[in-house]
Design a protein around this ligand. Structure first.
Ligand code: ATP
Length: 275
């Protein structure tokens, strides 16, 4: 390691992301509890886990939106937990992010939404930006929709437009927060196909947060499973299926928590009253 801020050359070449001993609190609650994970260049890592286990919080740390209480996050060898905002912004230019709600600007056309990062972060001439925008929209199957406003699109199309914008700067790492949330199964499968297409075509490093099992098993090279802020399993989809941890198997088999199966007990739990 070089002055505590960089990983050594060999690790830098192999891994796009290295997370070491990441601990985070919200108020008194420990939300991420000693997370360690390495994402190889070109690898698709899916972060899987139930509601509230800390998936989105982990993602927000990886893109530098949150700072941990302790631990390190090396992106391309640089510890982003130690960086000032300006240096962080430089690194973020190499990252694309597809947020849950696609986060498009409703007042702008799709073309302008996709062009936005190029206009903000590059000095490219407008005709070049127009061409690049068209290429990105074509890549996600939205060729010809550049003049549409987000309100004129279906949920799946909005997600794809958000993806086109995430791809605008040709990122080396792409982050997805629940890419299929709120979509019907057929449209969700189209998004999975798109992810696979990007993986094949560009060999891009991707981190995908989801609780959709089918999607996770389809797109992942490796899966990281979180439970109550801790990593309870990592491995290939095959490794996960044969993992003996009962919590892993409970999640994979979609078994409810035993205590919630008792309706009366559950009502007492949420109302605080006897029923
Ligand atoms: N800004 C915040 N302030 C306080 N607590 C928070 C904040 N953001 C998240 N939490 C809490 O941290 C825990 C982890 O939340 P997180 O959103 O990371 O979970 P998740 O696994 O992504 O869940 P979901 O699948 O429901 O989106 C939850 O208990 C949540 O209530």
């Amino acid at each position: 390691m070089d002055n505590g801020q960089h990983k050594n050359e060999a690790e830098l070449n192999e891994y796009a992301i290295v997370v070491e001993n990441l601990i985070t609190y919200f108020d008194e609650r420990r939300i991420l509890d000693d997370i360690n994970v390495r994402v190889r260049k070109g690898e698709v890592l899916v972060v899987l886990g139930g509601s509230g286990c800390g998936k989105t919080t982990l993602l927000r740390h990886l893109i530098g939106l949150l700072r941990p209480k302790s631990g390190h996050i090396y992106i391309k060898g640089q510890d982003i937990t130690q960086l000032e905002e300006e240096a962080l912004n430089e690194i973020r230019k190499k990252m694309g992010m597809l947020f849950q709600g696609a986060a498009l600007f409703n007042s702008m056309t799709l073309g302008d939404n996709v062009a936005l990062p190029l206009r903000e972060h590059t000095k490219l001439a407008e005709p070049t930006i127009k061409i690049m925008t068209r290429i990105k929209l074509g890549l996600v199957g939205l060729a010809g929709f550049g003049d549409f406003k987000p309100a004129q699109l279906s949920g799946g199309m909005k997600k794809r437009a958000g993806l086109a914008r995430a791809l605008a700067m040709d990122p080396e790492i792409l982050f997805f927060d629940e890419p299929s949330a709120g979509l019907d199964p057929i449209i969700a499968a189209e998004i999975d196909e798109l992810i696979l297409k990007l993986k094949r075509a560009f060999h891009m490093t991707m981190v995908i947060v989801t609780h959709e099992l089918a999607s996770a098993f389809l797109v992942a090279d490796r899966i990281l499973m979180l439970d109550a802020g801790q990593v309870i399993a990592t491995g290939t989809p095959g490794d996960l299926k044969s993992n003996p941890n009962p919590r892993v198997q409970q999640f994979l088999n979609r078994e409810p928590n035993a205590e919630v199966q008792d309706d009366e007990k559950y009502l007492r739990l949420i109302t605080g009253k006897d029923v």
